[in-house]
Design a protein around this ligand. Structure first.
Ligand code: URA
Length: 227
C-alpha cells in the first residue's frame, strides 16, 4: 500500500495480488525478491541437541536456525542426542522421503569410535547383515581406520542402528559422527552448531544415486587417485 512493491515494474498495492512464481519479477524498494518453493539447510549437529521440531526441555535442531521464518521445517531423519554431524533440515516432504527410503539407496556415512578394538569379524558381519531384534539389517560397509575407529556406510536408518549393530559384538559406541549423505560430505568449514542453506549443486549431490558405493568424492580427495 506504500507503493514499495513492483511486479514486472508495475506498482502493486493489493495484498491479494497473485504472481507467477516462474516468470514474474518482484521487487521491494527496487531490490529483487527471490522465491523458493522449499527451503533446504545443512547443519553440523552438536551433541546434546535433539532431532525434533520441538521439545520441552532440550534445544532442538530447529531452534538452531536463526533465520527461520517458516513454521513447517523439520529434520530429515534422526540422529541420537549424543550423535554429531551432518543433518538436513527442510520443509519438502517428498525430498525427505527420497533420502530416507531404503529403496532409494541414498547412503549415509558415519565415523565411529568404539570402547573395544574393531575386528574383521565386525567387517564381515556388517557386510552380511547384522540380525537385530526388529529384523536383519541390509548389508553395511565397515572400514577400519584405527584400533578403535572406523567408518560405517548404511543405506537405511533404523532406531539406534549403529549402536545396536555394534552391540551384537559387545561393543559400545563412544562417539558417532555423520559425515556424508548421498554424495554430500560435511564441509570442513561448517563448525559444530553451524547451519547454512544448501546450494543447488549440493542438493544434487545428496540426491545422486550411489551405485558405486565408495566412489563418493570427498572434497579433500585428490581426484587423480580415483580416475
Ligand atoms: N545409528 C545410531 O545408533 N545412532 C545415530 O544417531 C545414527 C545411526
Amino acid at each position: 500500500r506504500k507503493k514499495r512493491v513492483t511486479v514486472n515494474d508495475n506498482i502493486v498495492t493489493k495484498p491479494e495480488s497473485k504472481i507467477n512464481t516462474d516468470g514474474d519479477s518482484v521487487n521491494v524498494d527496487g531490490n529483487a525478491v527471490g522465491y523458493h518453493e522449499y527451503e533446504y539447510f545443512m547443519l553440523n549437529k552438536p551433541a546434546g541437541v535433539v532431532s525434533a521440531t520441538d521439545d520441552n526441555t532440550c534445544t532442538t535442531v530447529i531452534d538452531l536456525i536463526k533465520t527461520n521464518n517458516r513454521k513447517d521445517l523439520f529434520p530429515v531423519g534422526r540422529l541420537d542426542k549424543d550423535t554429531t554431524g551432518l543433518m538436513i533440515i527442510t520443509d519438502d516432504g517428498n525430498f525427505s522421503h527420497d533420502i530416507l527410503s531404503p529403496k532409494k539407496h541414498v547412503k549415509k556415512e558415519y565415523e565411529v569410535t568404539l570402547d573395544i578394538p574393531l575386528t574383521n569379524d565386525m567387517v564381515e558381519g556388517l557386510e552380511k547383515g547384522v540380525k537385530l531384534n526388529d529384523g536383519e539389517c541390509k548389508s553395511a560397509i565397515l572400514e577400519i581406520t584405527g584400533t578403535y575407529t572406523g567408518k560405517v556406510t548404511l543405506k537405511e536408518g533404523r532406531y539406534h542402528q549403529i549402536k545396536r549393530m555394534f552391540g551384537c559384538y559387545k561393543a559400545k559406541v563412544i562417539e558417532l559422527n555423520r559425515i556424508c549423505i548421498g554424495n554430500l560430505y560435511l564441509p570442513n568449514d561448517l563448525r559444530l552448531g553451524e547451519i547454512r542453506e544448501l546450494s543447488e549443486s549440493e542438493l544434487d549431490l545428496i540426491k545422486e544415486k550411489n551405485i558405486k558405493v565408495g566412489l563418493a568424492i570427498n572434497p579433500d580427495t585428490d581426484l587423480s587417485t580415483i580416475y
